[in-house]
Design a protein around this ligand. Structure first.
Ligand code: F6R
Length: 618
């Protein structure tokens, strides 16, 4: 959701800023823009559409040849429709200041009225243009430098932001600030250059030294000078915590795959291993998770566990509910973070909250965590992005180690979240004695086979592609599953919806009779998960019910299944495993299926319309 890039140093800024924007495309956006300063004047280009559309414009202009300082932006519209005028960067009234902004200024209307009364005019409908003019007004009235003006202006702002601001009257520096929206600063050798970006991916080949601004911090970057960081609320200096980046270039490139989504689907065997590596010793029956070990009494004495998340992470949370209740016998509730935060929920210090988020930046999940903490609950995070806001806001946690997930549709994040939740469930079951030593050891050993089994499943991709051919024209699809695989049905439907724009619904198989069965006719493909140990006979009956209404059945079954093969139109076999672990397998063909259908329909798989990878607004 919105991306910022920037550069200041001795290199040509244009390629760095524009390539940076391309790396941030995965976040989701509807317009793009860039500002370059050529030593004399500001050159600005922006357009509705993709970064490639922006490049077409800048190809014809001088902007690409000039400038050692520049900022760029990809915008995901919040205030004001996606069009050229509303795209960033935005000028201030005088034309001296230029800003790019991620987030929302909630009180922009009040500020705008005040600025209008002081004679400011606005070209766009955005809250961002209001912010840059507020900074200009403060700079004028306080007669201060840009850094101070930004700091003072931000103390009047309610909302969330990551911003980069340039001032033509002092053209050798950029001011960066953050509240609720991530921003990283890459630091070149001897402070001779600086890179700015919403995450580190745009500058990974230039420097490994990065500073992630904390909420409420402002930084001033100037070529040849040490970075200066201050607190926005009280202007106090902060010692910058410069970290060494672990990210590598090949992790953020497609590596020969047509799409990031496909690459990430194929990365799952490794991602699952990376997630459990060092955390389980199957032969000894040992599970080591520092965040759980250090807080085990909180979990064991909890009245209940509340899992909060959004989207795919919420689906993983549902699998977590089934796992924890089944294995550790602790009551679990799973909540959409967006509902939880606003419905006045009952939360007590005896509750443990598990917050799940790939990006670690989802605004609703973050707000739900803050609410739970304010009521005294212990909050445990399951995040993928190291150092993300949710990882920092929670009391303890476990990373998923899936590596960067760039395709907007979550794939490896889902399976690695389930991997972490399985380990948590087993750990709690072990500590509570709700599973025998033999049962825990058996689970751990079976778990160790999962990555090879996922590899095996990826080999049937051509079969899945053939099935995709049959159903690419469908306008509606139903996904059914029971028990551990009910959340997988929800996730399968979400994957199809979001990248192919085909309407799909997931249901617990037995619920079909209570409504959705009315939809079934010869045009309705129904994807049914019918694993051998998962209430198999009941699901087979559901399949019969679909068959009698001439629905098309695509069944995911355990290898060697003969019964469903007789009835279904298509069958996909998964290797045998414990039923509790089947979501890690059944989900793979459903991911591949959605991917192939979307490709066949010519959709933008990695950047589906209207979607953002990290939803930093509520
Ligand atoms: C779907 C998808 C979204 C995210 C949701 C939460 O493929 O990616 O539904 O799962 O926006 O995001 P995180 O996990 O980053 O909090």
């Amino acid at each position: 959701m919105c991306g910022i890039t920037g550069y200041i140093g001795d290199r040509d800024a244009y390629p760095i800023v524009i390539n940076g924007l391309k790396r941030l495309e995965y976040r989701g956006y509807d317009s793009a823009g860039i500002m370059m300063y050529d030593g004399n004047s500001i050159n600005l280009s922006k357009t509705k559409g993709k970064v490639s559309d922006l490049e077409v414009i800048t190809n014809k202009e001088e902007i690409r040849k000039i400038g050692k300082i520049g900022i760029g932006h990809t915008r995901w519209a919040t205030h004001g429709e996606p069009n050229d005028v509303n795209s960033h960067p935005h000028f201030s009234e005088s034309g001296d200041l230029v800003i790019v902004h991620n987030g929302i200024i909630e009180n922009y209307d009040t500020i705008k009225k005040e600025l209008l009364s002081r004679g400011y005019k606005f070209k766009s409908d955005t809250d961002t243009e209001v912010l840059v003019n507020l900074i200009e007004e403060v700079k004028k009235t306080e007669e201060c430098k840009l850094g101070k003006a930004v700091q003072l202006a931000l103390t009047n702002v309610i909302g969330a932001y990551a911003i980069a601001v340039f001032d033509k009257t002092k053209p050798n520096e950029l001011v960066i600030a953050r509240l609720g929206s991530p921003i990283a600063i890459g630091i070149g050798k001897d402070n001779e250059e600086f890179f700015v970006a919403s995450d580190a991916s745009p500058f990974i080949e230039f420097t490994k030294d990065a500073l992630y601004l904390e909420d409420g911090e402002l930084a001033i970057i100037k070529k040849g000078r040490k970075i200066k960081v201050r607190k926005i609320d009280n202007d106090k200096p902060v010692d910058p915590d410069i970290q060494e980046l672990k990210l590598s270039l090949d992790q953020i490139e497609k590596g020969g795959y047509d799409h990031f989504m496909l690459k990430e689907i194929y990365e799952q065997p490794k991602a699952i291993i990376d997630t459990y590596r060092g955390r389980m010793l199957p032969n000894e029956g040992i599970i080591k998770m520092a965040g759980i070990d250090d807080n085990i009494s909180k979990f064991l004495n909890a009245d209940r566990i509340i899992i909060i998340a959004c989207g795919t992470s919420w689906h993983a949370g549902l699998v977590g509910e089934y796992l924890i209740e089944d294995m550790a016998r602790i009551p679990v509730e799973v909540e959409y973070a967006s509902e939880f935060r606003y419905r006045n929920p009952i939360i007590t210090p005896n509750d443990v909250v598990i917050a799940i988020s790939q990006s670690g930046e989802t605004a609703d999940t973050l707000a739900a965590i803050k609410l739970a903490k304010s009521k005294g609950a212990f909050v445990f995070g399951v995040c993928n992005v190291v150092g993300s806001s949710i990882a920092r806001e929670t009391h303890a946690g476990a990373y998923t180690h899936a590596g960067p997930e760039i395709g907007v549709a979550s794939t490896k994040a889902f399976t690695t979240q389930i991997t972490v939740l399985t380990l948590i469930s087993l750990k709690l079951a072990q500590a509570k004695g709700t599973l025998s030593k033999t049962a825990v050891n058996n689970y751990l050993q079976t778990m160790q086979q999962i990555p090879t089994q996922v590899e095996q499943l990826l080999k049937i991709d051509p079969i899945v592609k053939d099935i995709a051919h049959h159903y690419m024209e469908a306008t509606n699809c139903l996904y059914l599953g029971r028990g551990f695989n009910f959340p997988v049905a929800l996730e399968g439907a979400l994957k199809l919806k979001e990248i192919s724009y085909i309407h799909a619904e997931g249901y617990p198989a037995a619920e079909m009779k209570h409504g959705p069965i009315a939809l079934i006719d010869e045009n309705m493909p129904v994807f049914v998960i019918a694993t051998r140990k998962g209430h198999y006979e009941k699901v087979v009956s559901n399949i019969q019910e679909i068959k009698s209404r001439r629905g098309k059945i695509i069944a995911i079954v355990t290898e060697g299944d003969e019964t469903v093969k007789e009835i279904a139109d298509h069958v996909i076999e998964i290797p045998e495993t414990e039923e509790a672990l089947t979501p890690l397998l059944t989900t793979i063909p459903l991911q591949l299926l959605s991917y192939h259908i979307a490709v066949m329909l010519g959709k933008n798989v990695d950047q589906p319309r209207n979607l953002a990878k990290s939803v930093t607004v509520e």
